[in-house]
Design a binder for this molecule. Structure first.
Ligand SMILES: Nc1ncnc2c1ncn2[C@@H]1O[C@H](COP(=O)(O)OP(=O)(O)OP(=O)(O)O)[C@@H](O)[C@H]1O
Length: 361
């Protein structure tokens, strides 16, 4: 439906977008995810039509819209700051983009939209009489009221507290699916991107680093940046010593090394939830591949799980692991003794070293 072709943008000499290409399918929810300064807001502003690219083009259902001003695109936009007219009621704010409709139809549509966002009885209030979450619902109703072809969301929830935010994430997703509206949302919050989007596009320094479903990105990060930015990942420098065998510190581990030649260096990634802990005095029976000794350095309580920092002499590394805290929210005493860690081969990701590190090596 929307095709973004080789978009570049510089501010003065500084390149901010370095060749962005992306196709968005009808009804799809895309999240642009990346750290501050990676260019995601600039890309969204180019989609809105309030910024123009230096090179590249945008097509909407085959039609080139690159030179169209924002008003002609008629996309629905919600910004981080609620951007409502403070002296207009919620209903008047929603009616703002409906000037073309006859009065009766306009009132009907406003009532429908306010009901859709759960504010059917709040239309008379001005923004200062509404909570932050309610104001953002009004902004959403206003953006959706003219039935736009594309909904653009720029960090719409980042000014809200965690609880309101979680509720609205689910609600926006429900609405988006109910209306089938094609949506592009900018966020720097990986949880938000993973939980809401059909496809997450990870941006880094003005480029698309990787894109895929939330599950693909989490299960198969392709670069160190994505591995570190989407979820938590232990990263260990390693060297391929034979097919499917790597050396980390003083120890050798099994993992899939298909993409690497023997002798090459790489990073081994392992999610904290994939680390299996056992007590060393009663080791489990069975295969002992990828089993190393470790000791607990510290534990951080996070409610349903504790994050354990473990030191492993043979790997010459410190690893993070998750421990489910259970109903009594306590760690068993044996975790403070000698431990064995199983690092399952299928959970070990092999990642290329970043360019700069490779040169130094
Ligand atoms: N109008 C502008 N003039 C000059 N530089 C700009 C302008 N807008 C953005 N930049 C610069 O471009 C880079 C990318 O900004 P952008 O807002 O797109 O990043 P972002 O990924 O959305 O970050 P954030 O999450 O902090 O908004 C930044 O270095 C920023 O300082």
């Amino acid at each position: 439906m929307l095709s973004i072709q080789h978009i570049t943008k510089r501010y003065r000499a500084q390149p901010v977008l370095r060749g962005i290409a992306l196709d968005v399918a009808p009804g799809e929810f895309i999240s642009l995810l990346g750290p501050s300064g990676c260019g995601k807001t600039t890309l969204l502003r180019i989609l809105c039509g309030i910024e123009s690219p230096d090179t590249g083009s945008l097509t909407l259902r085959g039609e080139d819209i690159t030179a169209w001003p924002a008003a002609r695109r008629r996309f629905g936009v919600v910004f981080q700051s609620y951007a409502l007219f403070p002296n207009l009621s919620a209903a008047q704010n929603v009616a703002f983009g409906l000037q073309d409709l006859p009065r009766a139809q306009r009132a009907e549509r406003v009532a429908e939209m306010l009901a859709l966002v759960g504010l059917g009885d709040q239309g008379h209030k001005v923004p200062s009489q509404l909570s932050g979450g309610q104001q953002q619902r009004v902004a959403l109703a206003r953006a959706l009221a003219p039935r736009p072809e594309l909904l653009l969301l720029d960090e719409p929830l980042s000014a809200l507290d965690a609880q309101v935010r979680g509720g609205l994430q689910a609600e926006i997703r429900r609405l988006q699916q109910q209306l089938g509206i094609t949506t592009v949302m900018v966020t720097h919050d990986q949880d938000e991107a993973l939980s809401m989007a059909d496809r997450v596009v990870v941006m880094h320094e003005g480029r698309i680093e990787q894109q895929g479903t939330p599950q693909q990105l989490y299960a198969r990060p392709e670069t160190r940046f994505v591995a570190g930015f989407v979820g938590r990942m232990n990263l260990l420098p390693a060297r391929v010593v034979a097919a499917n065998r790597v050396e980390v510190g003083h120890t050798r581990l099994h993992c899939d090394t298909q993409a690497f030649r023997t002798g090459s260096t790489l990073l081994l990634g392992l999610r904290p939830e994939a680390v299996q802990l056992h007590r060393a005095d009663t080791p489990p029976a069975g295969a002992t591949d990828n089993r190393v000794r470790a000791r607990l350095l510290e534990a951080q309580f996070h409610g349903p799980t504790a994050l354990l920092r473990l030191h492993c002499d043979s790997l010459q590394a410190t690893l993070d692991a998750h421990w489910p805290t259970g109903v009594d929210a306590r760690l068993p005493d044996w975790l403070h003794g000698e431990l064995l860690l199983d690092l399952p081969a299928p959970a070990l990701h092999t990642l290329p070293l970043p360019e700069s590190t490779r040169r130094a090596a």
